[in-house]
Design a binder for this molecule. Structure first.
Ligand SMILES: Nc1ncnc2c1ncn2[C@@H]1O[C@H](COP(=O)(O)OP(=O)(O)OP(=O)(O)O)[C@@H](O)[C@H]1O
Length: 276
Protein backbone atom coordinates (compact mmCIF):
# COMPACT_ATOMS: atom_id res chain seq x y z
CA UNK A 1 0.00 0.00 0.00
CA UNK A 2 1.28 3.48 -0.80
CA UNK A 3 2.25 5.78 2.02
CA UNK A 4 -0.47 8.16 3.15
CA UNK A 5 -0.95 11.30 5.18
CA UNK A 6 -4.39 11.19 6.78
CA UNK A 7 -5.92 14.13 8.64
CA UNK A 8 -9.21 13.42 10.40
CA UNK A 9 -11.57 15.36 12.65
CA UNK A 10 -9.46 18.44 13.33
CA UNK A 11 -11.53 21.28 14.76
CA UNK A 12 -10.72 24.53 16.44
CA UNK A 13 -13.13 26.80 18.25
CA UNK A 14 -12.50 30.01 20.11
CA UNK A 15 -15.59 30.90 22.15
CA UNK A 16 -18.50 30.65 19.72
CA UNK A 17 -16.27 31.09 16.65
CA UNK A 18 -15.59 27.93 14.66
CA UNK A 19 -12.19 28.45 13.06
CA UNK A 20 -11.86 24.91 11.77
CA UNK A 21 -14.73 22.49 11.44
CA UNK A 22 -13.96 18.77 11.41
CA UNK A 23 -11.20 19.10 8.81
CA UNK A 24 -10.10 15.91 7.18
CA UNK A 25 -8.30 14.76 4.04
CA UNK A 26 -6.09 11.99 2.77
CA UNK A 27 -3.16 12.63 0.44
CA UNK A 28 -0.15 10.57 -0.57
CA UNK A 29 2.76 10.91 1.86
CA UNK A 30 6.11 12.17 0.62
CA UNK A 31 4.67 14.82 -1.67
CA UNK A 32 4.22 18.57 -1.65
CA UNK A 33 0.64 19.46 -0.72
CA UNK A 34 -0.65 23.01 -1.15
CA UNK A 35 -3.17 24.33 1.35
CA UNK A 36 -5.11 27.10 -0.37
CA UNK A 37 -8.15 29.24 0.38
CA UNK A 38 -9.14 32.86 0.85
CA UNK A 39 -8.09 35.06 3.76
CA UNK A 40 -9.62 33.73 6.95
CA UNK A 41 -10.34 30.30 5.43
CA UNK A 42 -8.63 28.53 8.32
CA UNK A 43 -5.28 27.60 6.75
CA UNK A 44 -3.16 28.73 9.69
CA UNK A 45 -5.68 27.19 12.10
CA UNK A 46 -5.39 23.86 10.31
CA UNK A 47 -1.59 23.92 10.28
CA UNK A 48 -1.51 24.73 14.00
CA UNK A 49 -4.08 22.03 14.73
CA UNK A 50 -1.88 19.58 12.82
CA UNK A 51 0.95 20.29 15.24
CA UNK A 52 -1.33 19.23 18.09
CA UNK A 53 -0.27 22.11 20.31
CA UNK A 54 -2.86 24.70 19.27
CA UNK A 55 -5.47 23.91 21.86
CA UNK A 56 -7.37 21.05 23.43
CA UNK A 57 -9.85 20.92 20.57
CA UNK A 58 -7.09 20.09 18.12
CA UNK A 59 -6.01 17.11 20.18
CA UNK A 60 -9.33 15.40 19.49
CA UNK A 61 -8.44 14.76 15.85
CA UNK A 62 -5.97 12.44 14.19
CA UNK A 63 -2.94 12.97 12.01
CA UNK A 64 -1.77 9.66 10.66
CA UNK A 65 1.50 9.42 8.79
CA UNK A 66 2.34 5.94 7.56
CA UNK A 67 -0.07 4.49 10.10
CA UNK A 68 1.27 6.38 13.14
CA UNK A 69 -0.99 8.96 14.78
CA UNK A 70 1.39 11.85 15.37
CA UNK A 71 -1.14 13.62 17.61
CA UNK A 72 -1.14 10.65 19.97
CA UNK A 73 2.62 10.96 20.53
CA UNK A 74 4.22 12.81 23.41
CA UNK A 75 5.03 16.39 22.49
CA UNK A 76 8.78 15.80 22.27
CA UNK A 77 8.37 12.69 20.11
CA UNK A 78 6.04 14.65 17.87
CA UNK A 79 8.58 17.46 17.60
CA UNK A 80 11.13 14.96 16.30
CA UNK A 81 8.77 14.02 13.51
CA UNK A 82 7.21 17.31 12.45
CA UNK A 83 8.27 20.91 11.99
CA UNK A 84 6.15 24.03 11.53
CA UNK A 85 7.45 27.15 9.81
CA UNK A 86 5.07 29.94 10.81
CA UNK A 87 4.45 33.32 9.22
CA UNK A 88 5.41 35.37 12.23
CA UNK A 89 8.98 35.20 13.37
CA UNK A 90 9.54 34.41 16.97
CA UNK A 91 11.68 36.45 19.34
CA UNK A 92 15.03 35.15 18.18
CA UNK A 93 16.38 38.41 16.94
CA UNK A 94 19.35 38.44 19.31
CA UNK A 95 20.60 35.10 17.94
CA UNK A 96 22.86 34.56 14.99
CA UNK A 97 21.57 32.72 11.95
CA UNK A 98 23.63 29.64 12.87
CA UNK A 99 22.18 29.65 16.41
CA UNK A 100 18.63 29.90 15.07
CA UNK A 101 19.14 27.00 12.67
CA UNK A 102 20.78 24.93 15.44
CA UNK A 103 17.57 25.31 17.48
CA UNK A 104 16.03 22.87 15.02
CA UNK A 105 18.10 20.10 16.58
CA UNK A 106 16.64 20.57 20.07
CA UNK A 107 13.97 17.85 19.82
CA UNK A 108 16.67 15.32 18.95
CA UNK A 109 19.09 16.18 21.75
CA UNK A 110 19.04 16.35 25.49
CA UNK A 111 19.23 19.79 27.02
CA UNK A 112 19.75 23.25 25.62
CA UNK A 113 23.48 22.64 25.10
CA UNK A 114 22.52 21.55 21.61
CA UNK A 115 22.53 25.15 20.43
CA UNK A 116 26.30 24.75 20.12
CA UNK A 117 26.22 21.16 18.93
CA UNK A 118 25.71 19.08 15.82
CA UNK A 119 27.39 21.57 13.48
CA UNK A 120 27.39 19.21 10.50
CA UNK A 121 23.60 18.92 10.43
CA UNK A 122 23.20 22.63 11.05
CA UNK A 123 25.64 23.47 8.25
CA UNK A 124 23.90 21.06 5.86
CA UNK A 125 20.50 22.63 6.56
CA UNK A 126 21.94 26.12 6.10
CA UNK A 127 23.47 25.13 2.78
CA UNK A 128 20.24 23.56 1.53
CA UNK A 129 18.22 26.66 2.36
CA UNK A 130 20.85 28.97 0.86
CA UNK A 131 21.68 30.79 4.10
CA UNK A 132 25.21 29.43 4.69
CA UNK A 133 26.88 32.78 4.04
CA UNK A 134 24.90 34.49 6.79
CA UNK A 135 25.85 32.14 9.65
CA UNK A 136 27.42 34.77 11.89
CA UNK A 137 24.91 37.52 11.21
CA UNK A 138 22.21 38.41 13.70
CA UNK A 139 18.75 37.32 12.59
CA UNK A 140 17.62 40.90 13.19
CA UNK A 141 20.02 42.14 10.52
CA UNK A 142 18.34 40.16 7.74
CA UNK A 143 15.49 41.23 5.50
CA UNK A 144 12.06 39.65 5.87
CA UNK A 145 12.64 37.29 2.97
CA UNK A 146 16.08 36.31 4.24
CA UNK A 147 14.67 35.62 7.71
CA UNK A 148 12.06 33.41 6.14
CA UNK A 149 14.75 31.28 4.54
CA UNK A 150 16.50 30.97 7.92
CA UNK A 151 13.27 29.65 9.45
CA UNK A 152 13.11 27.09 6.65
CA UNK A 153 16.74 26.10 7.35
CA UNK A 154 15.85 25.58 11.00
CA UNK A 155 12.97 23.33 10.03
CA UNK A 156 15.26 21.32 7.74
CA UNK A 157 17.79 20.95 10.58
CA UNK A 158 14.98 19.33 12.54
CA UNK A 159 14.89 16.53 9.92
CA UNK A 160 11.10 16.12 10.15
CA UNK A 161 8.99 13.47 8.46
CA UNK A 162 6.23 16.07 8.12
CA UNK A 163 7.08 19.65 7.25
CA UNK A 164 4.30 22.23 7.67
CA UNK A 165 4.76 25.75 6.33
CA UNK A 166 2.50 28.78 6.66
CA UNK A 167 2.99 31.09 3.67
CA UNK A 168 6.66 30.19 3.10
CA UNK A 169 6.85 32.47 0.06
CA UNK A 170 5.30 35.51 1.72
CA UNK A 171 8.18 37.98 1.63
CA UNK A 172 10.00 36.42 -1.27
CA UNK A 173 10.76 37.77 -4.73
CA UNK A 174 9.76 35.63 -7.69
CA UNK A 175 13.12 33.86 -7.97
CA UNK A 176 13.20 33.12 -4.24
CA UNK A 177 9.61 31.84 -4.40
CA UNK A 178 10.55 29.41 -7.14
CA UNK A 179 13.73 28.38 -5.29
CA UNK A 180 11.73 27.73 -2.13
CA UNK A 181 9.09 25.62 -3.87
CA UNK A 182 11.84 23.79 -5.75
CA UNK A 183 13.58 23.09 -2.45
CA UNK A 184 10.32 21.80 -0.97
CA UNK A 185 10.03 19.39 -3.91
CA UNK A 186 13.58 18.19 -3.27
CA UNK A 187 12.75 17.68 0.40
CA UNK A 188 9.61 15.73 -0.51
CA UNK A 189 11.62 13.58 -2.91
CA UNK A 190 13.55 12.30 0.13
CA UNK A 191 10.27 10.98 1.57
CA UNK A 192 9.22 13.96 3.70
CA UNK A 193 5.55 14.97 3.56
CA UNK A 194 5.29 18.71 2.95
CA UNK A 195 2.12 20.76 3.51
CA UNK A 196 2.40 24.45 2.64
CA UNK A 197 -0.27 27.15 2.91
CA UNK A 198 0.04 29.22 -0.25
CA UNK A 199 -1.86 32.22 -1.57
CA UNK A 200 -0.43 32.03 -5.06
CA UNK A 201 -2.51 29.45 -6.91
CA UNK A 202 -0.09 29.47 -9.83
CA UNK A 203 2.80 28.55 -7.54
CA UNK A 204 0.64 25.78 -6.10
CA UNK A 205 -0.27 24.57 -9.58
CA UNK A 206 3.32 24.69 -10.78
CA UNK A 207 5.07 22.99 -7.87
CA UNK A 208 2.61 21.05 -5.76
CA UNK A 209 1.33 17.55 -6.37
CA UNK A 210 -1.86 17.75 -4.38
CA UNK A 211 -4.02 20.58 -3.15
CA UNK A 212 -6.36 20.95 -0.19
CA UNK A 213 -8.89 23.77 -0.62
CA UNK A 214 -10.26 25.37 2.54
CA UNK A 215 -13.04 27.94 2.90
CA UNK A 216 -15.02 28.94 5.96
CA UNK A 217 -13.04 26.53 8.14
CA UNK A 218 -14.09 23.52 6.04
CA UNK A 219 -12.27 21.42 3.50
CA UNK A 220 -13.93 22.06 0.14
CA UNK A 221 -11.87 19.90 -2.19
CA UNK A 222 -8.80 17.66 -2.15
CA UNK A 223 -6.82 16.04 -4.91
CA UNK A 224 -4.34 16.36 -7.72
CA UNK A 225 -3.80 20.05 -8.56
CA UNK A 226 -4.56 19.37 -12.23
CA UNK A 227 -7.94 17.94 -11.36
CA UNK A 228 -8.97 20.24 -8.50
CA UNK A 229 -7.87 23.71 -9.63
CA UNK A 230 -10.67 24.34 -12.11
CA UNK A 231 -12.18 27.67 -13.14
CA UNK A 232 -15.38 26.69 -11.33
CA UNK A 233 -13.55 25.98 -8.08
CA UNK A 234 -11.59 29.24 -8.23
CA UNK A 235 -14.78 31.22 -8.88
CA UNK A 236 -16.73 29.46 -6.12
CA UNK A 237 -13.91 29.73 -3.57
CA UNK A 238 -12.49 33.19 -4.26
CA UNK A 239 -15.34 34.92 -6.08
CA UNK A 240 -13.19 35.84 -9.07
CA UNK A 241 -13.33 34.71 -12.67
CA UNK A 242 -10.61 32.40 -13.89
CA UNK A 243 -9.39 30.82 -17.07
CA UNK A 244 -7.30 27.74 -16.44
CA UNK A 245 -4.74 27.53 -19.23
CA UNK A 246 -1.86 25.14 -19.79
CA UNK A 247 1.64 26.40 -19.07
CA UNK A 248 3.45 26.38 -22.43
CA UNK A 249 6.68 24.97 -20.97
CA UNK A 250 5.61 22.71 -18.14
CA UNK A 251 2.11 21.59 -19.13
CA UNK A 252 0.90 22.45 -15.61
CA UNK A 253 -2.23 24.56 -14.98
CA UNK A 254 -1.78 28.30 -15.40
CA UNK A 255 -4.59 30.41 -14.00
CA UNK A 256 -5.52 33.80 -15.47
CA UNK A 257 -7.78 35.73 -13.10
CA UNK A 258 -10.43 38.32 -13.88
CA UNK A 259 -12.99 40.07 -11.69
CA UNK A 260 -16.07 37.90 -11.57
CA UNK A 261 -18.80 39.17 -13.89
CA UNK A 262 -16.73 42.12 -15.08
CA UNK A 263 -15.54 42.92 -18.59
CA UNK A 264 -12.05 44.34 -19.19
CA UNK A 265 -13.69 47.73 -19.84
CA UNK A 266 -15.33 47.65 -16.39
CA UNK A 267 -11.94 47.27 -14.77
CA UNK A 268 -9.53 49.15 -17.00
CA UNK A 269 -11.80 51.75 -18.56
CA UNK A 270 -12.93 51.61 -22.19
CA UNK A 271 -9.79 53.21 -23.65
CA UNK A 272 -7.30 50.96 -21.95
CA UNK A 273 -9.42 47.89 -22.64
CA UNK A 274 -9.57 48.67 -26.34
CA UNK A 275 -5.76 48.77 -26.46
CA UNK A 276 -5.46 45.43 -24.65
N1 LIG B 1 -8.51 33.90 18.54
C1 LIG B 1 -9.45 34.02 17.62
N2 LIG B 1 -10.72 34.32 17.98
C2 LIG B 1 -11.71 34.43 17.05
N3 LIG B 1 -11.49 34.24 15.73
C3 LIG B 1 -10.24 33.93 15.33
C4 LIG B 1 -9.17 33.80 16.24
N4 LIG B 1 -8.06 33.47 15.55
C5 LIG B 1 -8.43 33.43 14.25
N5 LIG B 1 -9.73 33.70 14.13
C6 LIG B 1 -10.51 33.73 12.88
O1 LIG B 1 -10.50 32.43 12.34
C7 LIG B 1 -10.52 32.49 10.92
C8 LIG B 1 -9.43 31.62 10.37
O2 LIG B 1 -8.17 32.23 10.62
P1 LIG B 1 -6.84 31.65 10.00
O3 LIG B 1 -5.72 32.54 10.47
O4 LIG B 1 -6.73 30.22 10.28
O5 LIG B 1 -7.12 31.87 8.43
P2 LIG B 1 -6.11 31.80 7.21
O6 LIG B 1 -6.78 30.98 6.15
O7 LIG B 1 -4.76 31.36 7.64
O8 LIG B 1 -6.10 33.32 6.75
P3 LIG B 1 -5.00 34.23 5.99
O9 LIG B 1 -4.95 33.75 4.57
O10 LIG B 1 -5.61 35.59 6.07
O11 LIG B 1 -3.69 34.11 6.71
C9 LIG B 1 -10.42 33.97 10.56
O12 LIG B 1 -11.71 34.44 10.22
C10 LIG B 1 -9.92 34.62 11.82
O13 LIG B 1 -10.40 35.96 11.96
Amino acid sequence: MSRQLVVAGLSRRVGDAVLLDDAGFTVPAGQVVALVGPNGAGKSSLLRAMTGVADRGAASGHLMLDGVDLLALKRRDRARRMALVEQELRAEFSLTVRQVVALGRIPHESGWAVAAGDPALTDAAMARAGVADWGDRLLSSLSGGEQQRVQLARALAQEPELLLLDEPTNHLDVRAQMDTLGLLREVAATGVSVVAALHDLNLAAAYCDHVVVLAGGRVQAVGDVRRVLTAELVEATYGVGADVLTHPRTGRPLIAFSPSGATPADVLGADAASQA
